[in-house]
Design a protein around this ligand. Structure first.
Ligand SMILES: *Cc1c(COP(=O)(O)O)cnc(C)c1O
Length: 390
């Protein structure tokens, strides 16, 4: 025992959201109080300083993904960024190219945007994933045609941590003259993301997944070589080049910029530390429970996400028993009412095993003592529930 008492519940749900880093909060505070200008007020100094703050924040977000600040559009979060990317590009291409390709295991907001576009008459294909959660780039190549406008594939899956082969997808899209959008909400600060090297034309980001505030996100939108056409979702006053009108929120933008700068500066150390903790968690669970299975590819994954099937155990029951661990059975938005995870089902995981799966998320503030505590609680509780069921 360490002698230190753990703060309960132990937070292992970093894919749902992350706490705001205190350095981020400190950077934000002045923009709520003395620095209250409207960044679009061009007539006085309060406006200019706010405009400078949002421009600086865009530069810092851009730097995390190898982009330039002028190609960053601030939004309310990755949900809006994904809606803007899919609907904005498809509607702007209507009549010239009417085909969208995405993947069965994407975040709900991408799936639902694609469905909405199908309802508007666009042709939409959902690529399948294999048992490891990965798409087959050859199948993508075979699905692309002269009518394809956009391919949308996420970087790191929010439920499983599986990393898609972005470089191959990007090269394919660029070669065929098709725009490539990537939902990188779970990837920023965790894997190297370079929109040039990966040939990415649009990228969605969310501040609250990288220790920034909720309610702000960004869309990287390539404006040259090639210029991506986009139709705004909102009508308004022309802010952000008219792509996303509405008064920008300097405090939130500054928070996202600070979070992005910290994520970039600390990525190497953080990923190594979190990866070691994720491995320790999985090794500990597997050593105590030999029937437990890791969902998703064991190699092409971010190890801060450990999604485990406990065959024969009901995940809802298990989570109720594990009240001192804040964990989830999948996406925060897909609660028990919607049944087992469609992401796991898309991977061919049986309904029974999908209903027996829990996602453990490790992050910046997770300690080794918390991981060891979690392992003990999981092994004990699953053992208890399995012997009761036997
Ligand atoms: C969290 C998340 C979103 C939604 O982001 P919000 O900023 O909460 O709207 C989209 N895609 C992925 C992969 C996510 O993890």
């Amino acid at each position: 025992m360490t002698g230190h008492k753990l703060k309960l519940p132990v937070y292992l749900d970093y894919q749902a959201t992350t706490p705001v880093d205190e350095r981020v909060l400190a950077a934000m505070l002045p923009w709520f109080s003395e620095r209250y200008g409207n960044p679009h007020s061009a007539a006085h100094a309060l406006g200019w300083e706010a405009a400078g703050a949002v421009t600086g924040a865009a530069d810092r977000v851009a730097a995390l993904i190898g982009a330039e600040g002028r190609d960053i559009v601030f939004t309310s979060g990755a949900t809006e960024s994904n809606n803007l990317a899919l609907k904005g590009v498809m509607r702007a291409c209507r009549g010239r190219r009417d085909h969208l390709i995405t993947v069965a295991s994407e975040h709900k907001c991408v799936i639902e945007s694609a469905r909405a576009l199908a309802g508007e008459g666009f042709r939409v294909d959902f690529l399948p994933v294999d048992g490891a959660g990965l798409i087959d780039p050859d199948q993508l190549a075979a699905t692309l045609d002269d009518d394809t406008a956009l391919v949308s594939v996420m970087a790191v899956n929010n439920e499983t941590g599986v990393i898609q082969p972005l470089a191959r997808i990007g090269a394919l899209c660029r070669d065929r003259g098709v725009f490539f959008h990537c939902d990188a909400a779970q990837a920023a600060g965790k894997i190297m993301l370079d929109v040039e090297a990966l040939n990415i034309d649009l990228m969605s980001l969310s501040a609250h997944k990288i220790y920034g505030p909720k309610g702000v996100g960004a869309l990287f939108l390539r404006r040259r070589r090639p210029r991506v056409p986009i139709e705004p979702l909102f009508s308004g006053g022309g802010q952000q080049g008219g792509v996303r009108p509405g008064t920008m929120a300097p405090a939130l933008c500054v928070g996202m910029g600070e979070a992005a700068a910290l994520a970039g500066a600390e990525m190497a150390d953080e990923v190594a530390r979190i990866g070691a903790l994720g491995h320790r968690l999985w090794d500990g669970i597997h050593a105590g429970l030999r029937t437990a299975r890791l969902n998703g590819d064991a190699t092409a994954r971010f190890w801060g996400n450990v999604n485990v099937a406990f065959p024969g155990v009901d995940a809802g029951r298990l989570m109720a028993e594990l009240g001192d661990l804040a964990v989830s059975s999948g996406a925060a938005c897909a609660s028990a009412v919607s049944g087992p995870s469609y992401v796991l089902e898309a991977m061919g995981v049986s309904r029974a095993d999908a209903s027996a799966s829990i996602r453990f998320g490790v992050g910046r503030f997770t300690s080794g003592a918390e991981i060891d505590f979690a392992i003990g609680r999981i092994v004990d509780t699953v053992g208890k529930l399995s012997s009761a069921a036997a």
